[in-house]
Write a protein that binds this ligand. Sequence first.
Ligand SMILES: Cc1cc2nc3c(=O)[nH]c(=O)nc-3n(C[C@H](O)[C@H](O)[C@H](O)COP(=O)(O)OP(=O)(O)OC[C@H]3O[C@@H](n4cnc5c(N)ncnc54)[C@H](O)[C@@H]3O)c2cc1C
Length: 348
Amino acid sequence: MLRTRALVCHRAFVRAYATSPSPHALIFLEHRAGAIESASLSALTAAEQLGGQVTGLVVGSPEEVQVRFECFVRLKGLTSLFHSSSSQYAAPMAEIISPLLEKLLTDKSPFTHLVSAHSSAAKSLLPRVAAKLDIPAVSDVISIVHDLSSNSTTFTRPIYAGNAIATIKASSSVPIKVFTVRSTAFSAAESDADAKVEVKSLDPIDVSDPPSEHIRTSLTQSDRPELGAASRVVSGGRALKNAETFESTLYPLADALGAAVGASRAAVDAGYADNSLQVGQTGKVVAPELYMALGISGAIQHLAGMKDSKLIVAVNKDPDAPIFQVADVGLVGDLFEIVPQLVEKLKQ
Ligand SMILES: Cc1cc2nc3c(=O)[nH]c(=O)nc-3n(C[C@H](O)[C@H](O)[C@H](O)COP(=O)(O)OP(=O)(O)OC[C@H]3O[C@@H](n4cnc5c(N)ncnc54)[C@H](O)[C@@H]3O)c2cc1C
């Protein structure tokens, strides 16, 4: 009796494995100014966790892709790399890149997953591809487990500004699981000089009369580290009074620490800082080694963007400010007195 049961179990196990394709992720890799976007490196780590092959896709203008795909072939965890170039791919427009992805995912596709960083471009591209293929998409995931026997993938993602975590299971009935990855939840994939990545060039798909057109990209110029990738961030809130005091108070501290500058939404809305510096639910999500919150109350929408930081330092004159509930180091006092003293000490 026992032997019969064991045999039945074994057969069921073999059948499940025989029918479940081993995972093969297609990852949309992004690049800017000659370098791989760090968020794409985190997405690659997430794709690797599925436990199968990982094929990268790089698109861009002919000049860009020729020069840049070389750096992608050295990525640890990548098994193969597709690259496609066209002047239409110079800007990552969802309407223009989507047909190429749809083709890759339909024509006898080996792919079981489509992955990307939770970037501005991918937040537009991946849902479009999913809608075109009539499959669901999961965004901003912070953990992934793929179960080979049931061919299902379970994701977790923060909801309600990070106050709850939703667990979502994409079952075997979803032929391709589409998801974007929160970069702060996964370490960056490393480079490997000995990586053996198969490279294949793909013909671009020309989109005649596209529904939208890229006019220009205006980038904020700054010598400071990029907010999303910086290991130290100094952020200011409404207490900074105006754009001039925001700059004269925060920037010397950021410079002394080699930190990026961030801001609360109140500071951005009041015009103290550029929109690209906003941290929080509707801004950037950061998880640096050090996050300094200066004159920021600690509203849940702000915490959603920084509470995973390794060391949180808060300066606030209100001892009951909610920011102190997440701070590792709290200083109760006037930031206009404390910050200049900190800068002096750091200079020494
Ligand atoms: C849908 C939605 C999305 C949102 N998204 C975001 C988001 O992405 N990011 C974000 O930040 N907010 C977001 N908000 C807004 C959020 O709710 C708060 O209004 C905002 O974070 C408050 O910014 P603040 O802490 O700078 O200002 P305040 O709440 O006004 O706090 C100012 C703090 O400065 C302290 N202070 C004043 N003077 C001094 C001084 N001299 N020295 C020291 N401390 C001083 C005060 O005690 C106070 O705690 C969102 C809101 C909504 C509804």
